[in-house]
Design a protein around this ligand. Structure first.
Ligand code: 5AD
Ligand code: SF4
Length: 350
């Protein structure tokens, strides 16, 4: 007998799983995985309902000072044509998102200090004054004072994936930085009152199931409002070009267990999962996910934010992307949320 069913029964009885139980859940065989996904789907419905929140993501700069081994935007990738959107271009994309009915814009970039803290604060302030939008920033590790300034300017949320909770793997994949530094940023963001999003990749070279269990436990400890879980996808201009991609099934399992451990968090069906499988978005939405993040980066630069190759949806115009998602959600009986979808604060009781 495998340890899967005792672990699942215990979670369903309301007990938070420890590392061993999470590992047992992640080890689910195919028939067991079906039960896991169904349990996560039920937990999603009970925790956050059937509504799906749409977040418009605007990738405003592909420059990055970091050199993460897995990422196509790493600074040593000289083959990548880099771009930066100016303030007017960013505002035009925000305007389009607002007129299409989005309630949240996510402003994302590589770690690009070309945009000063002041410039970003003024941009956030402008958006918050002019539009009825929640603003999420995702611009990497910065000083506490910068995070504070943006929060003061009205930024509601911040997205900073921890990437992997395995310290050794983190050091290897993100040269010159440590998991501790990243966690310090995440705790600052929480203290400053942001709704915090984090998350990790699945299938990184050298990543064990135990390491994935640590990811889920970390997300629970951080009590994140949002957690993005996506497969690692090798990019040809990175040192990890020959590594195999993360698997669809394992990524779904990690997503499902994350849902069981964080019943009220917002969990996106990630673009990386859609890139790995054309059915990835739907499969995520029936295994715990309740958020979709359509890409509203202006078409002239959209194909250039190449974190990993063949990113899904890069040729689509915003209206098309929205129509396709609306169709998928209608077919699944999952209404699009009308509100801006702030996360529900709650305390985990062990
Ligand atoms: N495969 C999958 N996800 C990746 N990311 C970066 N590189 C890759 C890759 N090769 C993710 C990281 C990062 C986000 C911007 O994209 O999780 O936080
Ligand atoms: Fe830069 Fe983020 Fe890519 Fe690392 S993962 S190279 S910080 S964009």
């Amino acid at each position: 007998m495998s340890d899967f069913f005792p672990a699942l029964r215990s979670v369903l009885a309301g007990k938070q799983p420890d590392a061993a139980a999470i590992t047992a859940l992640l080890s689910a065989r195919d028939d067991e995985a079906k039960e896991l996904f169904a349990a996560a789907d039920a937990a999603r419905r009970a925790g956050v309902g059937d509504e799906v929140h749409l977040r418009a993501i605007i990738e405003f700069s592909s420059h990055c000072r970091q050199n993460c081994l897995y990422c196509g935007l790493r600074r040593d990738n000289r083959a990548l044509a880099r771009y930066r959107l100016n303030r007017e271009q960013i505002i035009a994309a925000v305007d389009e998102a607002a007129s299409l009915g989005f309630k949240t814009v996510v402003l994302q970039s590589g770690e690009d200090v070309y945009y000063t803290a002041g410039a970003l604060a003024r941009l956030v302030e402008f958006i918050k004054r002019k539009y009825d939008l929640a603003v999420t920033l995702s611009v990497g590790q910065r000083h506490r004072l910068e995070y504070a300034l943006w929060r003061q300017a009205g930024a509601d949320r911040y997205l900073l994936k921890h990437e992997t909770a395995d310290e050794e793997l983190f050091r290897r994949l993100k040269p010159g930085s440590s998991l501790a530094e990243r966690l310090r940023c995440l705790y600052w963001l929480k203290e400053l009152g942001y709704q915090v999003g984090s998350g990790n990749m699945v299938g990184l070279p050298g990543q064990s199931l135990e390491a994935l269990a640590k990811d889920i436990i970390l997300l629970r400890e951080l009590a994140v409002e949002m957690a993005g879980v996506g497969p690692f996808l090798p990019h040809q201009n990175t040192p990890l070009k020959d590594a195999p991609p993360g698997s669809l099934e394992l990524t779904r399992k990690v997503l499902a267990v994350t849902r069981l451990c964080l019943p009220r968090a917002h969990l996106p069906a990630t673009t990386s999962l859609s890139t790995l499988s054309s059915d990835g978005r739907r499969l995520a939405l029936v295994s715990g996910a309740n958020v979709v993040m359509p890409n509203l980066t202006p078409p002239e630069v959209k194909g250039k934010y190449l974190i990993y190759p063949q990113k899904a949806d890069i040729t689509e115009r915003p209206r098309q992307a929205l129509d396709r998602i609306s169709l998928l959600l209608a077919g699944m009986n999952r209404p699009i949320a009308r509100g801006c979808g702030h996360a529900i604060k709650y305390v985990y009781i062990q």
